[in-house]
Ligand binder design. Structure first.
Ligand code: NAD
Length: 311
């Protein structure tokens, strides 16, 4: 079911996933983006039919001036495990207190639906695959704990104040507008940009570790369905349901960019999860959602988008 003619707030809407969601929803809805531009940028939403409110989700004055919304997609965060290890308090302010403030805003303004960007990081390193929503959480970093705490707050608000809240546990999302340049950038944008620059990508460890990569255009369709389909789930995995090793991934990117460069191998990073694979049967059954992009097709589109940006 599509969302149409709704007033939609996307926090973090100038970031990678938020801007893809804004683009997807803005044709048939009134979309507002609340973003402090600390990590996102105006460039990401340039030319889109959206209204940007520049400010922090922690700023009460801004929240009190915001009008009522039908749907809130809460994506603003300081994402990334390492940042949360280096700055546990600052990240908790945004990632936990920020969620609470957005929930309070939703309660005061009677917002209908609240969809939260959670993460597969809440599962830690469960060993048993695939990872389903009933796999016990085992957060191994402040970031994962902040996401899990936010999920619990959303459940509290749903039960106590009648907000329709749901948490989407994203697996590894990739696609256009993902930042390749920070020290802790995700592997796909990093490998693509290195290949396009004629530099060899670096694989940490033997490269046999696996991840579940979901294309951002599939993900934003899933988020729309989470807000529009009647369901009673509190938590839904959004992944591809496919497990890919980093070696295979590097091979696909080398082939699709045509760079022909062999990756270098470096020492394995501490605390890296060995395997990751989402069980997406709840999303399939409850939302009728299924990824449409193969990894090859998603990578091809991402490469094209990166090339356009490089020119
Ligand atoms: N990218 C992934 O693979 C992935 C996986 C799991 C979960 N997530 C979650 O999805 C969400 C979006 O991630 P992304 O990859 O698009 O990251 P991103 O960094 O591109 O987007 C985050 C956005 O939040 C904004 N922001 C940060 N602090 C803010 C504040 N105080 N007030 C207002 N805006 C603020 C940033 O400026 C940025 O635009 C995050 O909540 C992240 O934790 C992402």
């Amino acid at each position: 079911m599509a969302l149409t003619n709704r007033r939609i707030l996307i926090t973090g809407g100038a970031g990678f996933i938020g801007s893809n969601l804004a683009e997807y929803l803005s044709d048939s809805n009134e979309v507002f983006v609340l973003d402090d531009l600390s990590l996102g940028s105006r460039d990401n939403i340039e030319g889109m039919n959206v209204r940007i409110i520049e400010g922090s989700i922690l700023d009460d004055a801004i929240l009190s001036q915001l009008d009522e919304m039908d749907v809130i997609f809460h994506l603003a965060a300081i994402p990334g495990v390492q940042d949360s290890i280096d700055h546990p308090v600052r990240t908790a302010e945004v990632n936990m207190l920020g969620t609470l403030k957005m929930l309070e805003y939703a309660r005061e303004k009677d917002a209908g639906t609240f969809v939260f960007a959670s993460s597969c990081a809440v599962y830690g390193d469960p060993g048993e695959m695939p990872i389903s929503e009933s796999t016990p959480p085992n957060p191994l970093s402040p970031y994962a704990t902040q996401k899990l705490a936010s999920e619990h707050l959303i459940r509290n608000y749903s039960e106590l104040y009648g907000i329709k809240g749901v948490s989407a546990r994203f697996f590894n999302v990739y696609g256009p507008r993902q930042n390749p340049y920070s020290e802790y950038s995700a592997v796909i944008p990093k490998f693509i940009s290195l290949c396009l620059e004629g530099r060899r990508p670096v694989i940490f460890g033997n490269g046999e570790q696996t991840r579940d990569f979901v294309y951002v255009k599939d993900l934003v369709r899933g988020l729309e369905l989470m807000a529009s389909v009647e369901h009673k789930e509190n938590i839904i995995n959004l992944g591809s349901g496919r497990e890919i090793s980093i070696n295979e991934l590097a091979g696909t990117i080398a082939k699709e960019t045509g760079c022909g460069l062999e990756p270098e191998h470096a020492e394995a990073r501490k605390g890296e999860v060995e395997r990751s694979l989402a069980d997406i049967s709840i999303a399939k059954r409850v939302l009728g959602w299924e990824p449409e992009y193969s990894l090859e097709k998603g990578i091809r589109e991402t490469i094209e988008a990166f090339k356009r940006k490089h020119i």
